[in-house]
Design a protein around this ligand. Structure first.
Ligand code: C2E
Ligand code: MG
Ligand code: MG
Ligand code: MG
Length: 288
């Protein structure tokens, strides 16, 4: 064992650790190529209004179709991208693709919906971030009112004044801001009240407890009431069951995102759904 060989010795690499490290290295290298090879793409998960049962927006979610490993989850891609400094080019690509897609739907005659885009803490930290957003809005021609960015409570690594300044800058562009995975990280209500945001996304863990965990259910209800009293709209994430819907309706939650209604969808599949829900008379479709 390495420890027995004295303090100056490195831990011996077992074959297993070596192969893990090599896998990671290979993944990082291939992430560089993936962007150029169109292996990276977005899927879109609808958000449904509990008042009207209509789709009011979608969240863009990153996917990587790796030629050897198959489909890779964003919970692997994003940390890897942050580690390798690729988060900025990837984040910019995501933002621009999502905005361009939303504009394209509007140009087709589909009634406008909001596009939510996830922004990691390190993207948010980037001093160029607000400029990036502004440039992308101009370039794609998307009306800012149809863009929402999702940040998590992890941005608390920044100083409060810096966070507020940045959020105000983004708000001034006319876009909306949501706090994602609300309730799971460093939540401080003292901070929350100071943030110029529009929406809370209640984390799936509280939704999961609805119907069989009194504490989760109490927290779910409290988050919805908190959002309402602060004038924020509340989205419930990861809604899978009918009894959850019933509870969320009673608690007057605004929006639902989850497999109960829709999984994340590819462009073509989502387009069909958006088209079927709108007035076809002024519709200008590229589909048959
Ligand atoms: P998130 O932003 O909280 O996104 C919601 C996640 O929950 C998505 O996982 C979605 O597919 C999943 N989900 C939605 N409804 C249900 C449900 O009813 N049941 C279950 N079991 N899962 C549901 P996904 O796509 O794997 O994304 C994971 C996380 O990766 C996201 O969590 C987000 O934090 C991050 N992410 C995804 N795309 C991007 C991106 O473009 N940029 C950044 N920075 N992060 C991203
Ligand atoms: Mg999100
Ligand atoms: Mg979330
Ligand atoms: Mg989440």
């Amino acid at each position: 064992k390495a420890k027995d060989n004295g303090r100056n010795q490195y831990l011996l690499c077992t074959d297993e650790i070596k192969s893990e490290i090599n896998k990671e290295k290979e993944l990082i290298n291939s992430l560089y190529r993936a962007m150029e090879n169109d292996e990276i793409f977005l899927v879109y998960q609808p958000q449904v209004s509990l008042h009207t049962e209509k789709i009011t927006g979608v969240e863009s979610l990153l996917r990587w179709n790796h030629p050897k490993l198959g489909l890779i989850s964003p919970s692997v891609i994003i940390p890897l991208a942050e580690q390798t400094g690729l988060i900025n080019p990837i984040g910019e690509w995501v933002l621009e693709s999502a905005c361009a897609q939303n504009k394209a739907w509007q140009d087709m005659g589909i009634p406008p919906i909001q596009m939510a885009v996830n922004i990691s803490a390190s993207q948010f930290k980037n001093p160029q971030f607000i400029d990036q957003v502004e440039v992308i809005l101009k370039k794609t021609g998307l009306n800012p009112e149809f863009l929402e960015i999702e940040i998590t409570e992890n941005i608390a690594i920044l100083e409060l004044n810096e966070i507020i300044g940045k959020l105000n800058g983004l708000k001034a562009l006319g876009i909306s801001i949501a706090i994602d995975d609300f309730g799971t990280e460093y939540s401080s209500l003292g901070r929350l009240k100071m943030l110029p945001i529009h929406r809370l996304k209640m984390d799936k863990q509280f939704v999961d407890g609805i119907g069989h965990n009194h504490k989760d259910q109490a927290i779910a209800n409290a988050i919805i009431q908190l959002g309402k009293s602060l004038g924020l709209s509340v989205v419930a994430e990861g809604v899978e069951y009918e009894d959850q819907i019933a509870f969320l309706k009673t608690s007057e939650c605004d929006l639902i995102q989850g497999y109960f209604y829709y999984k994340p969808l590819g462009v073509t599949e989502l387009e069909k759904i958006l088209i079927s829900g709108c007035d076809l008379s002024n519709f200008n479709s590229t589909l048959n």
